[in-house]
Design a protein around this ligand. Structure first.
Ligand SMILES: C[S@@+](CC[C@H](N)C(=O)[O-])C[C@H]1O[C@@H](n2cnc3c(N)ncnc32)[C@H](O)[C@@H]1O
Length: 265
């Protein structure tokens, strides 16, 4: 199998357990939909939609929403979410790097903590902008490398086996300078904002265990280390709890994120 296909298959397997985290990303979804100025009737694509929290929020505001994700288990939950919310959404299993939509099909293309996990940013950006109409809005939320979740993924990257050549670290998508460079002259009017998400946790070990059960890259790493190097796993766990300690207060872990909005030139 091609190394990138292999990498994506491992991602798909890891993200299959993400659904309980939708309780936390639901609040951030409302922030992103507002920030993107979604309006009734707009054709909105939610890329790497997971359980569809952004698409469902946009549809509840009257948008014609479509959601796409790599992981079939999450698309199944997304279908259930749209049924419960009483909204029609066009759901697709698919890859950010190869979107199954026509050029210019959408008025807004959104991604919440999603497209940042596609291995090749240049390919992902080309696809996101291809399916967006000229004058349409691209908007996404990402984890800055210097804040907690970015640090957590940095830590996972240091303990995990190296990814195949050409795979970019996801938290680079949280750096405004990198974002400007990646979007380049294909967009205008880039605007940034910040917001935060709060994850309830009874203790730091509770938080760590929750990540080990729900966050794809953490799941894969702990699986690998528990089979190959339990001592290294113990050190990783200590480091993860120590990193989270700076953001843990009043039984919540604070997770700040960056929001980016731009208009396709
Ligand atoms: C952190 S979750 C975010 C899910 C959702 N957007 C939310 O905010 O709740 C990351 C998502 O990216 C998806 N993903 C990762 N790589 C992808 C790819 N190449 N194409 C499509 N989806 C991808 C995963 O399946 C997972 O659902």
């Amino acid at each position: 199998m091609d190394p990138l296909d292999n990498f994506k298959a491992a991602q798909r397997a890891g993200w299959a357990y993400f659904a309980p985290l939708q309780a936390i990303t639901t609040t951030a979804a409302a922030r992103l939909v507002k920030f993107a100025h979604v309006k009734p009737g707009m054709r909105v694509l939610d890329v790497a939609c997971g359980t569809g929290v952004v698409a469902v929020t946009a549809a509840r505001m009257g948008a014609r929403a479509t959601g796409l994700d790599l992981t079939p288990e999450l698309i199944q939950v997304a279908r259930e979410n749209s049924r419960i919310a009483g909204v029609e959404i066009d759901w697709h299993e698919g890859d950010v790097e190869k979107l199954p939509f026509e050029a210019g099909a959408f008025d807004a293309v959104l991604s919440q903590f999603g497209h940042m996990f596609a291995p090749r940013p240049d390919v992902a950006v080309a696809e996101l902008l291809r399916v967006l109409k000229p004058g349409g809005t691209i908007a996404f939320s990402t984890w800055p490398p210097e804040l907690f979740i970015g640090k957590m993924f940095g830590l996972v990257g240091r303990y995990a086996p190296p990814p195949p050549p050409g795979v970019s670290p996801p938290p680079l998508w949280g750096d405004p300078n990198v974002i400007r460079e990646r979007l380049g002259s294909a967009v205008k009017d880039i605007t940034f904002d910040r917001a935060h998400m709060l994850t309830p946790a009874l203790s730091l070990p509770h938080f760590r265990e929750f990540m080990e059960r729900t966050a794809g890259p953490v799941i894969k790493l702990t699986e690998t280390l528990s089979a190959s190097d339990p001592a290294k796993l113990a050190t990783f766990r200590k480091e993860l709890e120590a990193a989270a300690a700076d953001y843990f207060d009043d039984n919540v872990v604070r997770q700040d994120f960056l929001m980016t909005r731009a208009v396709k030139a």
